[in-house]
Every structure is written in C-alpha cells, then in structure tokens.
Write a protein that binds this ligand. Structure first.
Ligand SMILES: [Fe+2]
Length: 224
C-alpha cells in the first residue's frame, strides 16, 4: 500500500500532473492511494466532463481520494450517501473515487489522518452562486465542532493533516494579500497539535515551507 498526494486538479484543467508521462503508475493497484488536496472538480456540472473524469480516475491503477476545496459542486457532492471508510465518514463517488469529509479522522497504512476541506474564494465576484460558487465552500459551525471533538478524542495527535487552505500564518507567508478567515484561524488553532506533516493545496504553488508544512500544486509526493 502506498499513498501519494498532490494539489488541485480543477476538473481536467490541472490533471496533466497525473498523466502517464508525468506520474508513471504502472506498479500501482487499487490498494494504492492518490489524495488530491481540494479543488478536484470531479463533480462540477453533472455533465459530460464529470462522466469522463469519473471514468478516467476509475480507469487508473490507484484509488483516488480527495478533500473538497472551494471549487466543488457541493449540491452534487452532498447527494451521495455518507458511508464509513477506514474509521471516518466519506462520500463514495464511484468504486475508486472517495471524498474524505471535513473534520474526519482515518487510519491508513498504520497512520492517522485528519482531513478538513474548504476555503474561501478570492475571486468570488466573478462567480455565480449555485453554478460556480457555493456558500458551503466554508465549513459550518457544526463541522468545526465535529473536527474539534474528533481531534480531542485522539489527544490532539495525528500523523498527517490534509487541507485545502492553510493556517492564517502560513497563508500570510504565501499570499500576503489574502485575509485570514474562520477556517485559516481554525487551522492556526490546530497548528498547536502534534502531527508529523501537513499538506495543502489552494495556493497553486509547490513549496516546502518547513519540516512539517508543504504546499502542493504540480508535484505528486509519495508519503509512504
Ligand atoms: Fe484551486
């Protein structure tokens, strides 16, 4: 079992990093995992591109996991029933595409993960509600509470954290023009936790910020 992680794919716009030429995966099986750190866009308008992408991912020799970003169709996503997977709640989109939900903990390959998607869109004024923007891009109070409760239950200690945006401090380093919000402030809170490594997308850069924090976009990184 192996786990790879990468940044935003935005439907097929930034999918090239997973092409056979860029990400040779011939030795992988469906017991290996690729995790997309938000803005996957596999559910966008319920049309032909969605159908093509679901087939594309299903045809790959790995199981695709994604957390939600700020660009997902939350109306479509929430139509899927919630099921259990490796200790946490998920939306099972197809046989081998799985949405890891907000504030959940999973155990995979002997490691514990905490996942928390969502982010605020900085290009909100160019987007239309229900077509290209959803208020649900930001977690609800109930989701923040669930996250706190789940983390408390494991003594605020996990191996890996996967999110779309980062804490206010890290965001200020990467994008000084963007303001902190409820989610980046929540992540500042959980910076105090014990964790091995934290991976996030959203900022469209590949940068190892320090020993623990890595911003991902084009790179596909193997964790184990
Ligand atoms: Fe993005």
């Amino acid at each position: 079992m192996s786990l790879y992680v990468c940044g935003d794919t935005h439907q097929d716009i930034d999918l090239h990093k997973l092409s056979s030429a860029r990400f040779p995966a011939k030795d992988l099986t469906k017991d290996d995992f690729l995790l997309i750190c938000g803005d996957c866009g596999v559910l966008w308008d319920g049309g032909g591109t969605d159908r093509y992408l679901k087939k594309w991912y299903d045809g790959k020799p790995w199981t695709t996991l994604f957390i939600d970003g700020n660009h997902e169709n939350f109306d479509l996503l929430e139509q899927y029933p919630v099921s259990k997977w490796h200790g946490g709640n998920v939306h099972q989109i197809t046989d081998s595409i799985i949405h890891l939900m907000r504030g959940e903990l999973y155990t995979l390959g002997g490691y514990t993960f905490f996942t928390m998607g969502g982010a605020s869109s900085h290009d909100r004024e160019y987007r239309k509600e229900g077509r290209s923007w959803w208020a649900r891009e930001m977690p609800s109070e109930a989701e923040f509470e669930k996250a706190r409760k789940n983390l408390h239950a494991v003594g605020s200690r996990v191996d890996y954290i996967f999110t779309h945006c980062a804490s206010s401090e890290i965001q200020a380093m990467l994008k000084p023009d963007r303001e902190a919000d409820a989610l980046t402030r929540f992540f500042s809170e959980i910076e105090k936790m014990e964790f091995r490594a934290w991976f996030f997308g959203h900022y469209h850069v590949d940068r190892r910020i320090d020993e623990k924090h890595t911003a991902l976009y084009e790179k596909v990184v193997r964790l184990f």
